[in-house]
Design a protein around this ligand. Structure first.
Ligand SMILES: [Zn+2]
Length: 425
């Protein structure tokens, strides 16, 4: 092989490598963001700052531009954290946090040993018994709640409200669950500790419980969104977004890795950022990359951004939000796919021609991720998530080692092809 030919081949592959997706890079980002060092990307131990600093460094490596003097957009939240003690022992058997039980995000500190009182369908379905039960003094007792067999929805709703406001004035509740437990952080601090236990981990005849749970309620805690862009030829914008926050810690030794939710989305838009930053020619529109905080507590970061945009919202041609894109063997779902027909059809047309993904499903509008407030502000926006066998969600098993990323390349290519269609408009 002569040298010139070798050089041409080399250049061909070099181009190919630098201008296509980089799954290895994405894997590295997901592994890092889901590691112990990032503590579940919540707000205790300033984990959100650790994560946002890491993302900022990646943006600097890619040489993206800032809208202001900083990549960060600060805003305040209130947040209930669990960085401290997390001990639960029932009848002298220690339960393993996040394996045998989860606590409710509104839980308040609780310490002591208490007698357990059962509240089940026999009481809940008998008005007289339930009224008598409510009159009891629970200040030194913990209520074990089993709602199995209670079919009246109103009764269940009333019970939920009574627990929420702690009308029983008990230090803690134990709720028996038959479905998978998920942890959800809260912006509020309640009046008791709520322990959720899977049925196989508790006996309904349990007598006593030892609890040592600590919460840390922060008001006016400053967190931040991250915004960066690649300069385009016109004043229009194509936006990619992904939330980088997750659900944090549950006690001193437990953090939720959040590999799929949403280290996967962050990794993919960083990879897309690399792609656009490396183009030889400026794209037609500026390409914006937004990494939101406080999604898990109620889309707070993206809501704040929409109320305080860093550029003209009406110049956004299209926004694509990625949240949980770590699988894909069953295809993807596009939220707002049923709202924007022409664009959805373009996605399916490209996919049909290129044979990227098995299926693209359309969903109606939904307030289930960071695209939502953009949509409410008349921005053409989509939220994409992958469909597959990977089911770990808001638990300690959503780990990078388990995340398949089996359709990573295909989704990446679909997004780039779709972007190129938008950019030519
Ligand atoms: Zn998410």
């Amino acid at each position: 092989m002569n040298k010139k030919f070798f050089f041409l081949i080399f250049m061909f592959f070099f181009n190919f490598l630098s201008f296509s997706q980089d799954k290895k890079y994405a894997k590295k980002i997901i592994k890092k963001l889901s590691s112990k060092e990032f503590l579940g990307r919540g707000y205790s131990h300033n984990a959100d700052k650790i994560a946002s600093n890491f993302i900022k460094k990646e943006l600097e490596k890619i040489s993206l531009q800032k809208f202001d003097t900083s990549f960060f957009q600060n805003f305040d939240i209130s947040i209930n954290n669990f960085p401290g003690k997390m001990t639960v022992e029932i009848d002298d058997k220690k339960l393993i946090p996040a394996v045998n039980y989860l606590i409710d995000g509104i839980s308040k500190s609780c310490k002591g040993e208490f007698e357990i009182v059962l509240l089940n369908k026999l009481i809940l379905q008998n008005q007289k018994l339930f009224d008598e039960f409510k009159k009891k003094n629970f200040s030194e007792k913990v209520i074990l709640i089993d709602t199995v067999g209670v079919s009246n929805k109103e009764t269940l709703q009333i019970l939920e409200t009574l627990i929420y406001f702690n009308t029983f004035k008990t230090p803690a509740y134990i709720e028996v669950y038959d479905k998978d437990l998920i942890f959800s952080p809260s912006m509020k601090e309640g009046n008791s500790t709520i322990i959720k236990v899977k049925r196989e981990n508790i006996s309904l005849h349990s007598k006593k419980i030892l609890i040592d749970v600590e919460n840390q309620f922060l008001q006016e805690y400053e967190t931040r969104n991250i915004a960066a862009f690649v300069q385009g030829k016109t004043d229009k914008f194509l936006v990619f977004s992904a939330h980088y926050d997750h659900i944090g810690e549950m006690g001193e030794n437990v953090y939720f890795p959040g590999a799929n939710d949403n280290a996967s989305g962050v990794a993919m838009i960083l990879d897309i950022a690399k792609y656009f930053a490396n183009l030889k020619e400026k794209p037609n529109y500026s390409i914006v990359f937004l990494f939101f905080s406080a999604e898990e507590i109620g889309l707070i970061g993206s809501k704040y951004f929409c109320e305080n945009p860093l550029f003209e919202m009406r110049n956004i041609e299209c926004l694509i939000n990625l949240d949980m894109v770590g699988s894909g063997e069953k295809g993807i779902t596009i939220v707002n796919g049923k709202v924007f027909d022409e664009e959805f059809n373009k996605f399916t047309e490209i996919n049909g021609n290129k044979n990227y993904l098995k299926k693209i499903k359309a969903r109606d509008k939904a307030a289930n991720s960071d695209h939502y407030f953009f949509y409410k502000n008349n921005v053409k926006s989509f939220f994409i998530y992958t469909l597959g066998n990977y089911k770990e969600y808001h638990n300690i098993y959503d780990m990078s080692e388990e995340l398949p990323l089996n359709e990573y390349e295909n989704l990446f290519k679909l997004l780039i092809d779709y972007s190129n269609w938008e950019l030519k408009k």
